[in-house]
Design a binder for this molecule. Sequence first.
Ligand code: PLP
Length: 362
Amino acid sequence: MSIASSAAVGPPPGMKVRLSSNESPFGASPLAIEAATRVIHEAHLYPDDQSVALRAAVADHLGRPAEEVAVGTGSAALLMDAIPHACEKAQTAEVLAFERSFVVYRLAARNAGARYVEVPTGGPATLGGDGYARDVDALLAAVSDATRVVVIDNPGNPTGAHLTGDELRTLVAALPEHITVIVDEAYHEFAGGQRGYATVAELGVDHPRLLTLRTFSKAYALAGLRVGSISGPAGLIAALDARRTRFNVTATGQAAAIASLGDLAHLARTVSGTLAGRAEMAEGLRALGVPFTDGLGNFLTIELGTDAGPIVEAYAGHGVGVRPLPPYGMLEQIRVSVGTPAEVEAFLAASSDVLATVPSRG
Ligand SMILES: Cc1ncc(COP(=O)(O)O)c(C=O)c1O
């Protein structure tokens, strides 16, 4: 499986329980659906190229001026612009990330002609605790003259590992001013208030090239409409915005994203439903004696102690799609997204059969 294709791989269409793509099983806000439906009737019109209303809404949400916000066709597209932009004037450029970070960082580094350097993390989960711990000092030690970008998924996908607010503050303060620092907060809504986690905005950290990525694909459940945002110093945002594809965010995407930001009740239900599902999945796996990382995203990362391929197939036999992780060099792990209560139940019922004989069982 190539790295590029892996980003889009999913369970066969029609799989009963789709827990393979970190989507929200609770669906988009009804207000977002309504807003998108209204504009679909104007499908013959180009969208607002500048996404003025959406940028204003995101800026308002973040408490920053609109000049400090750009939007894109999902945060993945923004990464594909931001990383090459940060590397383009360097003769040799390195993009630095923790091992097993979101796969798009590697793809963007490749497009930039940059070397992708991974900082080793802790080992896999054990029955006693989570795996893949991140070490800020190890990352700082890996910074070289060629480093142009440091990119952190916080919390990370597919490991769920995170840096605490204190660790993030230490990291940003120690990074030289010419390095672009990208903090990808795709899952922050599920992480807030837990285990020392804090967003860039909450910390109020400052760095002349600090960019924060957000997405509407996860807690806002608009993955199919492709909307993400990036915020940072106005000059840097303007330079990034200048290189995006024109008319990049669709009219339906703009309308739905704006409406989503206004539906706080739906967001709260999604987050509490996800956290409850995550806790239930964790409890079920603990009862089965299988080690896993109970990270801060909307998913768990399970240690199998055996080739994941047949396990993924076995889950598929039960109508449950889970994610194999070969693009991350994780051949004996799977990632399972939190589903609805019924989906969680189906996953746990399948697990007691599928995981019955895995060697990792304690
Ligand atoms: C850490 C992380 N960042 C960014 C994204 C991309 O999200 P999107 O392009 O849908 O905004 C994902 C999607 O899985 C992710 O896990």
